[in-house]
Structures are given as structure tokens and as C-alpha cells.
Write a protein that binds this ligand. Structure first.
Ligand SMILES: [Zn+2]
Length: 416
């Protein structure tokens, strides 16, 4: 028996164990797992069901939100305690059912998930909560997503469509594959186009003024530059957008992003909210421990870098914008958690210095792009230390002095 979270890590561990004991690795044991949800706009919820085929799963322990995941019932044994729901599915298969309250306020008056009579926008990772899976060695899920919606509604998700309303969920980084991306359901305006090797979908409710065509043009100009940095883009990407009362900002998810319909494509300080979110979505780099300054700084820096590389913005204007950003961040600390505003501006300054350091000491052979490409390749959880390790690995340089003088003195590690 073993607990597993990540397919890559787990297979590596299995291989190592098998070699050490001279035994072959256990045979792969797939089980079918169908994530199903029906939109019920009149009750402002999604009725959700996890349907599992014959399996070797002893227990799945879900981390639920008791305010949003309600009325859980299941075949087999189910114990719900606070934020934990422990399910022992029957060996022959069975299902877990619950209701998901879609609406969630992000602050006093705006939502980061919402269902109305006409549409629903939310993260799949909230609808289907994360779980720790205790199962026989070698077992992994073959997951699908099935969405049922009222007559006249469309579905926008960044997954491969198998049949009407059914999608394949495949995450090579996990053994328990679940749909975590942003989803939009409803009476939607949808644009789909292949850009830089990725099937890009832009979706927003009708009559919500999401400027899909402007967004599409913006992505056509800039995604090729993003692909050049990262090496490859996700096979599918989704941008969902809506107006009030949704939150007036941008939020990323795996291969997907939400953007408020009234956010500009480019802000007065030269950065781009949509490119910032898509950098997060496509790079997969996420902060851990004290790495938020790195992750937010990179997203903000590349949101302006991409504009100049694609000739959307002139080099002279870029230089002016960068000077302004550096002035704004001059007195700020780097924040290990919740980096924003002046702190992210400071992070841009530090990341640009690191780029200059790499270029200067490798005769222009290595740059910050190479570090970013490696973070994206590893879908890395980024701390200050792991960022330094990746930069050193990519460049072959010792960066101890750089981090000791340019990062450590201004890094605020504790949560504010
Ligand atoms: Zn961000």
C-alpha cells in the first residue's frame, strides 16, 4: 500500500524500490473514475458525482470546504468530519455524490465563482476537491469529466472532448487525475482558434461585454513569444471572462484563466493582466515556502517582456515603463507570500538584475528565459532556494553572492 500524489514522483519511487529489491515494478492497475456534474441554476448549485469502476482503492480522503460541499452520500463507507471526507469505495465500484454551492464571494461585493440563471463560472478544482488516495501500488485513475447543462447552454473547458459533454482528463503529473481548470457553462459567446500550437478558447456570457475579438488579437500577437520562452504551451488553453459582480481582476488555473471583462489588455504601467495570468497558467510554476516574489515577479515581468518581443510595444516605451516600475519598487521588500504592487515591482528589478548577471557571466549564452523554461518543464513549486538552485543548474554558475547581496537583505519571509 502507498499514498500517492504525483505520478512522476511515485513511478520514480516505485522504480527505485523495485531495483533496490531486485523485483520488477508492480503492474499498472488503472481504475475508471468519472467526474460528473449537473448544473442546477435554479438552486445555484452543481450536483456532483464521482463514479468509480472496479478498483484497488482502499480510501480517498478529500479536503472539502464544508460551506460549499454539502449533503455528501456514498456507496461503501463515508466519514465526513469538518474539512475532511474519507471514502472507502466498494471494490466493485460505486459513487460519491454531493452538492456544490457555486457562489463564492472574494470580498464584500464580488465573486470569484458564480452561477446565475444564464451561466456559471468556477474552478473545476473547487467543484472536485483534492484527495489523498490510498491504493494498491501501481494503481492510477483513468479520468473523464461529464458535464450536464440546461438546454441552450454551452460548455467551455480546456480538455479533449470525447463526446457531447464528456472530456478526457489527463495530467501526466498526477496519478489521481481530476479536472482543476477554470470552467464556463451557459449562454456563452465562444471563440476558438489555434495559436502557437495551442487550441485556445475564449468564452464569456452573452451581453457581458467581454471583448473576445480584442483578446484573441492580443493572444495572436503574444502567445508565440510566450511559447518561445517556455518551449511549449499547453495543448489547450481557456480564457473565461465576465463582468460584475465577478471579481475585478485576473485569476489563473491550470491551462486556464479568468479575467474580468473590463480589465484593459494593457495597463497604464505597460503590463498586461491577461498575459500575466496566462504566464501563470502556461508555466505551471507556483510558489511554495517563500517563493511568491519569484512567481509574481516573473508573471509581471514577462507580461511586459512579451509585449516588446512581439513588437506590440516599442523598445523605447518598454524602457520608460521599466524605469517607472523600478522607481515604484525601489523602497519595497520582496515578499515570500502574497506579493503585490510595489513588492512585485521590486521583484521585477531583482529578476532583471539576475538576467544581467546570467548574461554577463555566460557571454550571453544563458538568460532568465532559460531559467523560466526549466521551471516550466518541471512544473516546479518555487521557493527562493529552489529558484536559485534552478538558476545555478541552468547556467552552471555559483549564484551565492548574488542571492546573498541582492535577495536576502530585502526578502520578507514571514506572512504579513
Ligand atoms: Zn499573479
Amino acid at each position: 500500500m502507498k499514498t500517492h500524489f504525483g505520478r512522476v514522483l511515485c513511478l520514480a519511487l516505485l522504480a527505485a524500490t523495485a531495483t533496490a529489491q531486485g523485483k520488477p515494478p508492480p503492474p499498472p492497475l488503472p481504475y475508471d473514475l468519472a467526474f460528473e456534474a449537473t448544473a442546477v441554476p435554479t438552486d445555484r448549485l452543481m450536483r456532483a458525482r464521482l463514479r468509480m469502476g472496479p478498483n484497488q482503492v482502499d480510501r480517498m480522503v478529500f479536503r472539502i470546504d464544508p460551506e460549499r460541499h454539502k449533503n455528501l452520500r456514498a456507496d461503501g463507507k463515508l466519514v465526513v468530519e469538518g474539512r475532511s471526507a474519507s471514502w472507502e469505495p466498494p471494490r466493485a465500484g460505486g459513487s460519491l455524490r454531493y452538492e456544490f454551492r457555486v457562489d463564492r464571494l472574494r470580498n464584500a461585493s464580488s465573486y470569484d465563482a458564480r452561477i446565475s440563471e444564464q451561466w456559471a463560472i468556477f474552478r473545476g478544482g473547487d467543484l472536485f476537491p483534492p484527495a489523498r488516495v490510498i491504493a494498491q501500488e501501481g494503481s492510477y485513475s483513468r479520468s473523464t469529466l461529464r458535464l450536464r447543462v440546461p438546454e441552450g447552454w454551452s460548455i467551455a473547458v480546456p480538455y479533449e472532448r470525447l463526446s457531447k459533454g464528456t472530456y478526457r482528463i489527463e495530467n501526466p503529473y498526477r496519478r489521481f487525475d481530476r479536472p482543476t481548470a477554470w470552467m464556463a457553462l451557459g449562454r456563452l459567446g465562444v471563440l476558438r482558434e489555434r495559436i502557437a500550437g495551442s487550441n485556445v478558447t475564449l468564452a464569456g456570457p452573452f451581453r457581458q461585454k467581454l471583448r473576445r475579438d480584442d483578446l484573441l488579437a492580443m493572444l495572436r500577437w503574444n502567445l508565440p513569444s510566450l511559447r518561445s520562452v517556455l518551449g511549449a504551451l499547453p495543448e489547450r488553453m481557456l480564457v473565461v471572462g465576465a463582468g460584475d459582480p465577478m471579481w475585478r481582476g485576473g485569476l489563473s488555473g491550470p491551462a486556464s484563466a479568468f479575467i474580468h471583462a473590463e480589465r484593459p489588455l494593457i495597463t497604464p504601467d505597460g503590463t498586461s493582466p491577461i498575459l500575466h495570468e496566462l504566464f501563470h497558467a502556461a508555466s505551471g510554476a507556483h510558489a511554495t515556502i517563500d517563493g511568491d516574489w519569484v512567481v509574481e515577479g516573473l508573471a509581471e515581468l514577462y507580461s511586459i517582456e512579451l509585449l516588446v518581443r512581439s513588437h506590440t510595444m516599442s523598445r523605447a516605451r518598454f524602457d520608460r515603463m521599466i524605469r517607472r516600475i523600478e522607481a515604484r519598487g525601489a523602497e519595497a521588500k520582496l515578499l515570500g507570500h502574497d506579493s503585490h504592487g510595489a513588492s512585485t515591482a521590486r521583484a521585477i528589478t531583482v529578476l532583471r538584475k539576475l538576467d544581467a548577471e546570467l548574461r554577463g557571466r555566460t557571454e550571453q549564452q544563458k538568460t532568465l528565459d532559460d531559467v523560466v523554461a526549466e521551471l516550466a518543464r518541471k512544473r516546479q513549486a518555487v521557493s527562493t532556494a529552489s529558484f536559485r538552485a534552478t538558476a545555478e543548474q541552468v547556467s552552471g554558475l555559483d549564484l551565492a553572492t548574488f542571492f546573498k547581496t541582492q535577495v536576502e537583505p530585502i526578502l520578507e519571509r514571514n506572512r504579513q
